[in-house]
Ligand binder design. Structure first.
Ligand code: ATR
Length: 294
């Protein structure tokens, strides 16, 4: 990659953002595509969001990703597409004649992991843990996959009720049921659900245990990422004999969808990126046969 006077700049805003893996794989996508571009991280404190958006605009930045804690605020400050409006948050922004244009590719990242695991979910039961921001993106992806019944389990019942109400309004043909935050209820749904998904933040910190034992057969996808891949949820799912991945494949895939949207091109190869990052982190390879042959 050669930076010169014609290089187009992309980046990620967040607070903190120094831990982000996005510059690593986004610059990999740039390199493979041969584009004259670069991708950097911008730490932006919450009270600096508007001046940061104005500054990125003034400096000619072509597009950027948005991470915690700015996803909802940037949604309110930009022109969003229909997917982002259903999710209520954005993670990808690009320059357009009418100002900053925004979308959400988190749901595409999740769907691509389902496809990578080659899970056939049409008509199947799914159990989703969590009712925060990430759950809305996962919900949007599951709706597009036409899964059967969705059971949602969250510690805070008010937040759970709000998510169920949103799901029933946004996807009226779909059966979305609240599930009690207790082991017996989790056991009952695990028995029939080939896919379990975690969108709670449990496991972001090391040494946290998932609050439930998991059971049943099939797969488990964690939105939480940890460098070694052994998140609390993935460990609980593997202990039950389920195939489990942490949030790394989803992270790379949402980035690939963002890259494709910025450059109006096909999705870059996520498998090459995934293997490169796994090597750099010194962790085991995720098995995602649907992402291609090696
Ligand atoms: P995000 O945008 O990553 O989804 P969020 O909107 O803050 O983050 O949501 C955090 C989710 O993790 C919520 O579902 C939260 O559950 P509550 O609604 O009960 O707070 C869940 N969560 C966080 N810490 C948790 C814990 N220790 N045990 C169980 N759930 C937890």
């Amino acid at each position: 990659m050669k930076i010169n006077a014609m290089t187009t700049l992309y980046g990620i805003i967040g607070w903190p953002v120094s831990h982000s893996l996005s510059p690593l794989f986004q610059n990999g996508f740039i390199e493979h595509s041969g584009k004259n571009a670069a991708y950097v991280s911008f730490p932006v404190a919450p009270d600096q969001l508007q001046p940061a958006l104005d500054g990125l605009w003034a400096l000619g930045v072509a597009g950027f990703n948005v991470t915690v804690p700015h996803k909802e605020q940037v949604f309110a400050l930009t022109h969003s597409d229909a997917d982002a409006r259903l999710i209520g948050a954005v993670n990808t922004v690009r320059r357009s004649d009418g100002g900053w244009q925004a979308t959400n590719t988190d749901w595409q990242g999740f769907r691509s992991v389902v496809e990578g695991l080659e899970l056939q979910l049409q008509g199947a039961d799914v159990l989703l843990f969590g009712a925060g921001g990430t759950s809305r993106a996962v919900l949007h992806a599951l709706a597009s996959l036409q899964v059967g019944r969705l059971f949602i389990c969250n510690r805070n019942p008010d937040r759970l009720a709000a998510l169920i109400a949103h799901a029933r309004q946004a996807y009226p043909a779909w059966s979305c049921e609240p599930l009690a935050w207790e082991q017996q209820a989790v056991d009952r749904v695990c028995a029939t659900a080939p896919l379990l998904v975690n969108t709670t933040s449990v496991g972001l910190k090391a040494d946290q245990q998932f609050p439930f034992a998991l059971s049943g057969a099939g797969a488990a996808i964690d939105a939480v990422y940890r460098p070694d891949g052994h998140t609390a949820f993935a460990l609980a799912a593997r202990a039950a004999g389920r195939m489990a991945v942490d949030g790394l494949p989803m992270l790379i895939s949402q980035g690939a969808a963002a890259f494709a949207w910025w450059h109006e091109c096909a999705m870059p190869d996520c498998l090459i990126s995934l293997r490169q990052i796994e090597r750099e982190l010194g962790r085991a390879s995720c098995h995602l046969p649907g992402w291609g042959r090696e």
